[in-house]
Design a protein around this ligand. Structure first.
Ligand SMILES: [Zn+2]
Length: 139
């Protein structure tokens, strides 16, 4: 948005908001810009230069830095790892069985190929592809 200081023929001054300088020129030519005080169509731009309005509200500052967020994320992932059952290469099969309620609902982790993962996601089975260094040995 661009804000112009405008003046009518009777020297009323007011602000007009426009998408661009061209938009002001076009609307002014067509008599669409009128003085809010007297309705005069003979509106001209005041001598002061146009300025751009900025959003005054500042984004609230996060109290936790990015490093802290990452730490928390990793900690959460480790928790998931520890709470889940390692089904190894049967992951895709087991995820399907859980999804279709053929196996007890639980968190599992394991090894899946990219193709497996894509197929699971296509079937609407929520899996989270991760490549996180694990504490546990995966030999
Ligand atoms: Zn006026």
């Amino acid at each position: 948005m661009i804000v112009y200081n405008l003046t009518c023929a009777k020297k009323h001054t007011f602000e007009g908001w426009f998408a661009s300088g061209e938009a002001f020129d076009r609307q002014s030519d067509q008599g669409q810009v009128t003085c809010p005080v007297c309705g005069d169509h003979h509106v001209t731009r005041a001598p002061s230069s146009p300025h751009l309005r900025r959003a005054s509200a500042q984004a609230p500052r996060s109290e936790v830095g990015q490093d802290g967020d990452l730490e928390r994320l990793l900690e959460g992932l480790r928790q998931v790892m520890e709470d889940s059952e390692d089904v190894g290469e049967a992951f895709a099969q087991e995820a399907r069985r859980i999804h279709y309620m053929e196996a007890p609902l639980r968190s599992i982790r394991g090894v899946a190929t990219l193709g497996d993962t894509a197929e699971l996601l296509e079937e609407g089975i929520p899996v989270l592809p991760l490549s996180v260094p694990l504490k546990k040995d995966l030999h």
